[in-house]
Design a protein around this ligand. Structure first.
Ligand code: LLP
Length: 417
């Protein structure tokens, strides 16, 4: 049995009871299903059989070393956005020839590290970045393989914070200016122009948006060919959404492939999925500390806070919350699920109808594998929670719970204070 399913009223992860894991690990913790990770990765490979595909998993979604290693073993490359992500990808054993380096604020030090590591390509976000990269490559006796990140001005119909392909967005080079920048790039001594990149947004529910983007990209690619700039690959980023709610329907990689594969026959295709690979493969397990009824609300106070899972607080994101052990109480109640942090914005769910919950129950917050742990913090001086992965019927601690000592590592008090 793979993924998260109930067996005799006990929610299991790849067949292992979550309550049993909780009795060993203590809450809160993140829990990942290896099988589901594999299934989600494989769905991209299976869908794009007819093209030369490189999946560069966007490790910003979840950069636990075991997740990176597992995906690397399956054949995945990585999209990294910082020296830290590059360090982790290399530590996990990902071959640099499968790593693309993203971001609109790369520093000279980032460039040096990536060039020395021999990454597959930089996705360059601006002309000035291009000039610096050329200079850094020259100074380090390397040549930078680049794609320009173009901004196609397409409305991705998603949360404004993750809509990156609109004209007003901070990302990319406006597509109508890109030809000139490509010409400049081709003239630079330490730059090798190899591809084109675009990422219009995250949690996308319509694959047509990719086709719209690709049509604009292909028009440019043809223009470039006419001026003797020949590209190896087309990278259309990540972004396929996942159904956080029951009534949401989200595209499958197959839908994307059917639409775009015919357009990219002569090129290598790079995709940078994050959420759709790791999101549904992870949950956050949290203990119900208290039930509190006021004349306005019913609160479930849990031991996980907005520092552990910030998506509901900053995007108003919905995550299903279910009981690890089903018990059938007759009536449902409407609850707010809140954490222990000192802010009113510290909630996991609001006005949520669910079967009656009692103190000591375990709640499982679904679809938390992407942008869950990776966006967690030590706010309120709370040590980060552990991460557990179930693989082959065994649960492994893939990151220990932080200690208070871990939290103060590097802090110091001036002598004599
Ligand atoms: N490629 C680039 C250049 C990106 O910026 C991103 C995500 C991805 C790929 C992966 O997109 P995905 O397949 O995961 O949608 N924290 C937000 C999501 C931020 C996405 C940032 N960029 C959230 O929790 O919803």
């Amino acid at each position: 049995m793979s993924g998260f399913e109930y067996v005799d009223n006990e929610l299991c992860c790849d067949g292992v009871s979550i309550s049993e894991i909780a009795s060993k690990v203590k809450t809160p913790f993140y829990l990942y299903s290896y099988d589901m990770l594999k299934k989600n990765y494989q769905s991209y490979v299976d869908a794009f059989q007819t093209v030369d595909l490189l999946v560069c998993y966007a490790c910003k979604a979840n950069s636990n070393l075991s997740i990176l290693r597992a995906l690397g073993n399956m054949g995945s490359g990585m999209d990294v956005l910082s020296s830290g992500e590059l360090f982790k990808a290399l530590k996990a054993g990902i071959s640099p020839e499968k790593i693309v380096y993203n971001g609109n604020g790369k520093t000279r030090a980032d460039m040096e590290y990536a060039l020395q590591s021999g990454v597959f390509a930089f996705n360059v976000d601006s002309q000035n970045e291009l000039f610096l990269l050329n200079e850094v490559a020259g100074a380090t006796n390397t040549v930078a393989r680049i794609a320009l990140r173009v901004n196609p001005d397409i409305n991705p119909l998603t949360h404004p914070y993750v809509a990156t392909g609109l004209a007003k967005s901070k990302f990319g080079i406006p597509i109508h200016e890109a030809k000139d920048v490509y010409q400049t790039a081709a003239s630079l001594e330490n730059i090798n122009v190899v591809g084109i990149h675009s990422h219009i947004g995250s949690q996308l529910s319509k694959v047509d948006l990719y086709l719209e983007t690709l049509k604009k990209i292909m028009a440019l690619v043809n223009d470039l060919r006419n001026i003797q700039i020949h590209l190896e690959f087309i990278n259309i980023g990540g972004g396929i959404g996942i159904p956080y709610q029951d009534n949401e329907s989200m595209p499958h990689p197959k839908d994307l492939s059917n639409l775009i594969s015919p357009w990219i026959k002569d090129y290598k295709l790079i995709l940078e999925p994050g959420r759709s690979i790791v999101g549904p493969a992870g949950v956050l397990v949290t203990d119900v500390l208290y039930i509190k009824h006021t004349h306005k609300k019913n609160f479930i106070v849990v031991d996980a806070g907005m520092n552990d899972l910030i998506r509901p607080s900053i995007y108003g994101a919905y995550h299903h919350a279910v009981l690890a052990t089903k018990h059938i109480y007759p009536e449902e109640m409407m609850y707010d699920i809140v954490g222990p942090i000192c802010e009113e914005g510290d909630f996991i769910a609001r006005d949520r109808n669910m079967p009656r919950v009692k103190q000591g129950d375990l709640l499982v917050i679904k679809d938390a594998g992407a942008y869950g742990f990776s966006m967690s913090s030590n706010y309120n001086s709370r040590p980060r929670v552990p991460e557990i992965m179930v693989a082959d019927g065994k649960d492994y601690i893939v990151r220990e719970r932080e200690t208070c000592e871990d939290m103060i590592r590097g802090e110091s008090i001036p002598t004599g204070w």
